[in-house]
Design a protein around this ligand. Structure first.
Ligand code: 13P
Ligand code: ZN
Length: 270
């Protein structure tokens, strides 16, 4: 049996959450990440018949039956993950149509997976429907995106257009734009369902006055999506109170999309 600490996704997740913490996106226990694993590959690292605990999820997700996820624990500090991965992370397999999670590794202090497990699992279902290659769902609290939700119209088209105008790369990195949810109670099935619904049309979903969700094929792609949107929000927060003398025109955005072979969200350009 191979050493689970050498599982590629585990190595990369530890590096990624450490980096997220260093970016200031994950104060205290803020943020959570889940990664869909390949069960056949995981079997080379863990005895999949050995279930340490079974934890009820409080929702059902039949599409995820038998699927294994690496996930951050609830109340765990990202800054500590690199020092005690086995305590701060877990590997679970969904069973009973998604109504329970079988713990296969980690959460060694008796802890549970993130309180945002519904939003993660429902988002995986939604993203897998549009992209069978999707593996990662990531949530965090980047300061400028959060700040922007206090001062900018939350209309998705308006919010997206502003971000696209802030950095030339934005329309290339997230041509589908960002979707936005109004403030909702976090850690619930309701916000999970609402997030998943938004994930059907974009890989980025802003939670107003809370943070952002990203989804992607790997940790780099997902981190990069959030990083790019957060950079744009940072520029916006630097200039929002100043007269705008120049901007990236719709014609320029159209040229970018054409040159880099992406399709800007229908109806978002004038
Ligand atoms: P968890 O510690 O349960 O993952 O919650 C952190 C968070 O960001 C809630 O939205
Ligand atoms: Zn949060």
């Amino acid at each position: 049996m191979k050493d689970v600490m050498e599982l590629k996704e585990l190595v990369e997740l530890i590096r990624t959450v450490t980096n997220m913490y260093q970016h200031g996106w994950d104060e205290r226990n803020g943020g959570n990440v889940s990664v869909l694993l390949d069960a056949a590959e995981l079997a080379e690292y863990l005895d999949l018949s050995r279930v340490h605990r079974t934890i009820p999820t409080g929702f059902s997700a039949p599409e995820l039956e038998g699927k294994c996820f690496l996930v951050t624990g609830t109340g765990k500090y990202f800054k500590n993950v690199q020092y005690e991965p086995c305590k701060n992370l877990g590997i679970v397999r969904l069973a009973d149509g998604g109504q329970s999670a079988e713990l296969l590794w980690g959460l060694s202090d008796g802890g549970r997976f993130t309180s945002e497990f519904p939003a993660h699992m429902m988002s995986h279902v939604a993203r897998l429907r549009v992209d069978p290659e999707n593996r990662v769902v990531m949530h965090c609290h980047p300061a400028n995106l959060l700040a922007m939700t206090y001062v900018h119209d939350l209309d998705e088209r308006a919010f997206t257009r502003t971000l696209w105008q802030m950095c030339t790369e934005c329309v290339i990195v997230f041509p589908e734009g960002v979707n936005v949810l109004p403030w909702m109670l976090c850690g619930t099935n309701e916000i999970g369902e609402a997030t998943a619904q938004k994930m059907a049309t974009a890989r980025l979903v802003v939670w107003a006055q809370h943070g952002i969700y990203g989804a992607g094929r790997d940790l780099d792609e997902t981190f990069g999506l959030i990083e790019t949107a957060e950079k744009a929000a940072e520029i916006y927060m630097k200039i929002a109170h100043l007269p705008r003398v120049n901007t990236i025109s719709d014609e320029a955005l159209r040229q970018l999309a054409a040159h880099f072979g992406v399709k800007a969200r229908e109806g978002y350009l004038q």
